[in-house]
Design a binder for this molecule. Structure first.
Ligand code: FES
Length: 136
């Protein structure tokens, strides 16, 4: 009987730890701690993201990516997977974003193609001003 109770307690502790380790990054993304960071803008030179290339950035404390899609132009997303918060990776040769944790796949519009993610990747406001890319 004591052994069963010990195992139940151990499983509860391990389960709680696993839940918190996945939920915390997602909650940080959904509810950033300070509103001040949301007002920032990020400016890069257009030459930093040539056609077909991507650049990882951090915007408002959130890992993000800018992709210069051939024929479709620039787009920026959060890199935080909408499933459990892992960081997606750009796969240039396959024209997609892959989440390495559970094989979630997003297209270059941020839409879910396959896997467990429940929602598209959040897009970041992006505009081109002269020779600059302005995020925010
Ligand atoms: S965390 Fe990205 S697919 Fe699960």
């Amino acid at each position: 009987m004591k052994r069963r109770k010990f195992l139940q307690t151990l499983l509860t502790i391990l389960g709680s730890t696993a839940f918190v380790s996945f939920a915390y990054p997602l909650l940080r993304f959904l509810a950033p701690p300070s509103g001040e960071a949301k007002t920032k803008k990020l400016i890069l030179g257009k030459g930093e993201v040539p056609i077909g290339a991507a650049k990882d950035i951090v915007f408002n404390d959130v890992p993000a990516i800018i992709i210069n899609r051939p024929g479709r132009g620039l787009i920026a997303f959060s890199r935080v997977c909408t499933h459990l918060g892992c960081l997606v990776e750009y796969e240039k040769d396959k024209n997609r974003l892959l989440c390495p944790c559970h094989a979630g796949v997003y297209d270059l519009e941020g839409n879910v193609v396959s896997g467990p993610p429940p929602q598209p990747l959040p897009k970041l406001p992006l505009r081109v001003e002269g020779e600059n890319i302005v995020i925010g």
